[in-house]
Design a protein around this ligand. Structure first.
Ligand code: SF4
Length: 322
């Protein structure tokens, strides 16, 4: 697997100020920095961000920003995408250990052998993958646009879809296409308990079940609406329902609650009595680490130039096809 080159100065170089919100806003101004945050980040990080979104929205923002510094409050592959789109800008990730189980489930060497078995196939990869997998792909997609992109491919063109098998299955259902699926998955979206969701629905019959397509089919079949995090957020605003059981990472509920304070949002429970429905990678970022990353201008995301260049084309194709 590609080792992203990185450097990290000791965080003890700087004391943490009491008022982190003011300190971060001052640094944003001094550095001409933009803070992009995913919906799965802690509420404090969402509240300080200049833009909050899902992978598609964050990529679009990264592609059009005129800031000199991009502080990416998300996971590693997202910050890599921002760097691929902005090779000359400083891209910071508050915690370099913020990885992704789904991206890790598709090691480049094994994927290269897999791809070689299907030489005539087009490779469409979900954005939740490493820069090396992106470099081996023809088009990138997100959960917002996967169906739309597959629908634009001629019917006689066969397709490999990687790395998420659940999203791939969902796209197959929606498009009627037969895709060759890489068998990767996300630990968070595979943790929801069908039994507990049914139990919750019995206790709250008025609540609608809404789910992210990375969930397993057993969960998706109970959902009255399936969509990306942004689509789920928009749906809660449009729907006349007053309560929702939300089957995705519960960080999104912060925005749902802000947009619709009178509605009730219940996080879908995990199989075990744990907080496993919270992404352990996303939650590594904290407001303190975000402040230190800006103050120290580290940890920085860097990529080998050849990977950066090869990965750019399929991302640009996605942005054009969205
Ligand atoms: S929620 Fe899943 S897909 Fe998203 S970053 Fe976490 S592990 Fe990766």
């Amino acid at each position: 697997m590609l080792t992203t080159l990185l450097t990290q100065k000791s965080n003890s170089d700087h004391l943490i100020p009491d008022d982190l919100f003011t300190a971060i806003n001052d640094l944003k101004r001094d550095l001409n920095a933009v803070v992009l945050a995913h919906y799965y980040q802690d509420p404090d990080i969402q509240d300080i961000a200049d833009y909050i979104g899902d992978s598609l929205g964050l990529s679009q923002q990264a592609a059009m920003t005129d800031a000199d510094v991009i502080v990416f409050a998300g996971v590693h592959f997202m910050a890599e995408t921002a760097k691929i789109l902005n090779p000359d800008k400083l891209v910071l990730l508050p915690d370099l250990n913020a990885g992704c189980s789904l991206a890790d489930s598709c090691p480049p060497q094994e994927f290269s052998k897999f791809k070689a078995k299907y030489p005539d196939h087009l490779v469409i990869s979900y954005i939740n993958c490493t820069a090396e997998i992106k470099a081996m792909s023809d088009i990138i997609c997100t959960s917002s646009n996967a169906v739309k992109i597959v629908n634009q491919i001629p019917l006689d063109q066969q397709i490999i879809f990687a790395p998420d098998r659940n999203l791939g299955r969902y796209v197959m259902e929606q498009t009627g296409r037969n895709l060759v699926l890489w068998q990767g998955s996300c630990i968070v979206h595979e943790t929801f308990s069908e039994r507990k969701i049914i139990q919750l629905k019995i206790e709250h019959p008025e609540a609608e079940i809404i789910a992210h397509p990375e969930c397993e089919p057993a969960i998706l079949r109970h959902a009255s609406y399936i969509g990306s995090t942004t689509a789920l957020l928009n749906y809660c605003q449009k729907s006349s329902s007053q309560a929702f059981i939300v089957a995705t990472e519960p960080g999104i509920i912060h925005q749902m609650q802000k947009e619709e304070p009178q509605k009730i949002f219940i996080p879908a429970p995990a199989i075990n009595n744990c907080a496993c429905n919270e992404c352990p990678h996303m939650r590594l970022n904290t407001l303190e680490k975000l402040y230190l990353a800006m103050k120290n201008k580290q940890p920085e995301i860097t990529l080998p130039e050849d990977i950066q260049q090869k990965a750019l084309r399929p991302i640009q194709k996605m942005l054009l096809m969205s």
